[in-house]
Ligand binder design. Structure first.
Ligand code: FES
Length: 87
C-alpha cells in the first residue's frame, strides 16, 4: 500500500499562524496509522498568496488535497479517514 503523503507548510505565514503545532504530528498519530503515513515539512506551498493568507496554516495530502486552517486534530482525523479508505 502506498503511504499517505502529508506535506506541512512551514513557510513564514503558515508557521506564524500555527504550523508550529503541526510539527510533531507524527508523534501524535494513533497506532493504526504508524508506518502508513509519510510526513514532510515544506517551505511555502504558495497557497498563502494564491488562496488567502487567513487560511494558513496549510497542509497538503497526497499532492493535491489542500486543508486550510489546519490543526493537529483536523489533520489527524483526515489521516485516519485516508488510512481507513474513507473519502
Ligand atoms: S507560508 Fe504556507 S502556503 Fe505560504
Amino acid at each position: 500500500m502506498e503511504k499517505i503523503k502529508v506535506e506541512i507548510c512551514c513557510g513564514t505565514a503558515c508557521y506564524l499562524l500555527g504550523a508550529e503545532k503541526l510539527m510533531n504530528i507524527e508523534d501524535m498519530l494513533p497506532e493504526e496509522c504508524r508506518g502508513k503515513v509519510e510526513i514532510e515539512a515544506r517551505t511555502c506551498l504558495d497557497l498563502c498568496e494564491r488562496e488567502n493568507l487567513g487560511g494558513a496554516p496549510y497542509v497538503r495530502f497526497n499532492g493535491s488535497e489542500i486543508m486550510d486552517r489546519a490543526t493537529p486534530e483536523r489533520v489527524i482525523s483526515r489521516i485516519l479517514e485516508l488510512v481507513e479508505g474513507i473519502g
